[in-house]
Design a protein around this ligand. Structure first.
Ligand code: HEC
Length: 357
């Protein structure tokens, strides 16, 4: 389908979804009817849930962001709809195929706990079948929270001016739905939606990026706060400090193993499916794959992409610190899950995974 047609279809579908039940009047589109009905149903549920958890608010409203983040992370339609690894990134140009696009691989915790909550929703959406990809798009109208403090972003998106600008101007989130897996396979934000952002924001000029993906603030706290489980683990979780230290130890070994020459947001290796390891939250979602890759000598690689096994000492040290980090993560999660749910619910009043047990 051509882009112009696609946009047209998207607008039509949007009108249909607002004016009538989504499944009754959506224009005929390629793709089989049962599959389309299923996607329409999922889209309606996702859009309603996300608008309820993350409604439009001032782009600097910390409480609105916290509530949205907790809601999406703890128990949401979105999180339940994600594959184990989802590709995420900006839609630089709608003409690019997904294969041609540079995207980052994220586990559900990272996407639902750090990235998607930076957006807000009004419940309006459209469903478009994209033949060339064999996937459906669930297009949710959105706007970006660009006035939060720097530690609320998973890393300084402004390390690249164009990236920050596209985040700021985003007007739709596209969830690429795979009907075979019945899950979201790819998620993108785009400035190419047909309606203006659901909340007005004006450009924020951030301080120049100083090359640090993590930093320590004036109170001695590791930043970005969102990457050290702030608000995602309970504030009184006894493992938070230990996790921070365990990650720092692991990070030293990842550095020795050359991992940060490639697995960082500026993507020096030009990976099509980037894997990020530069913060505790990012590494937490990848730790199982990290351990496996190091054990099996498939990482690191040299500049030609050829496997370059670590020497025994570096390998053992990395595996030891990796195992310690992994163990603490499990303990932290277990503690959080078994702690009384009342304390966690007070901020949002939401039904959390714990409360539902
Ligand atoms: C020269 C660049 C480079 C270096 C250095 C590097 N990687 Fe990778 N890594 C890649 C590329 C490229 C991929 C994607 C591999 C693929 O899918 O073909 C990847 C994928 C991965 C993955 C996800 C896929 C998988 O195999 O499970 C993990 C985890 C990973 N790397 C960990 C590491 C660790 C740990 C180190 C350091 C010990 C490291 N990498 C060093 C380039 C690099």
């Amino acid at each position: 389908m051509k882009l112009s047609k696609l946009l047209q279809a998207s607008t039509l579908a949007w009108c249909a979804t607002v004016m009538a039940p989504a499944w009754s009047t959506t224009p005929a589109a390629p793709g089989d009817d049962a599959a389309r009905l299923r996607v329409e149903k999922v889209a309606a549920a996702l859009a309603a849930d996300m608008a309820q958890l993350c409604p439009a608010a001032d782009p600097g409203d910390q409480a609105a962001f916290d509530a949205c983040r907790k809601g999406l992370f703890m128990d949401s339609q979105l999180k339940r709809s994600l594959l184990d690894f989802v590709l995420w990134g900006r839609q630089k140009d709608p003409k690019l195929t997904l294969k041609e696009s540079k995207l980052t691989q994220f586990g559900p915790d990272v996407l639902a706990g750090m990235y998607v909550p930076l957006f807000m929703f009004n419940g309006k959406y459209s469903v478009v079948h994209v033949e060339r990809e064999g996937l459906y798009q669930i297009r949710l109208q959105t706007a970006f929270r660009n006035r939060l403090s720097p530690g609320q972003f998973p890393y300084p998106f402004w390390h690249e001016a164009e990236k920050w600008s596209m985040y700021e101007k985003a007007n739709e989130i596209i969830l690429w739905w795979d009907t075979k897996a019945d899950k979201v396979k790819v998620a993108q934000f785009t400035v190419w939606g047909t309606t203006p952002p659901v909340q007005v924001n004006t450009h924020v000029e951030q301080a120049a990026f100083d090359g640090k993906w993590m930093w320590t603030d004036a109170t001695g706290k590791s930043q970005p706060a969102v990457t050290v489980f702030d608000g995602l683990l309970r504030a009184d979780n006894p493992y938070i400090g230990k996790l921070d230290t365990a990650y720092k130890n692991l990070a030293l070994r990842l550095r020795d193993g050359q991992c940060f020459q490639c697995h960082v947001p500026n993507n020096p290796d030009g990976m099509k499916k980037l894997v990020l390891l530069q913060t505790p939250m990012h590494a937490a979602a990848e730790i199982k794959r990290v351990m496996k890759a190091v054990r099996n000598d498939t990482m690191p690689r040299d500049e030609f992409g050829i496997e370059q096994p670590l020497d025994n000492k570096t390998k053992t040290a990395l595996l030891n610190e990796g195992a310690a980090f992994e163990r603490l993560l499990d303990l932290a999660k277990q503690w959080d899950a078994s702690a009384p749910s009342t304390a966690r619910n007070d901020a949002t009043g939401l039904t959390t995974a714990t409360a539902a047990k």
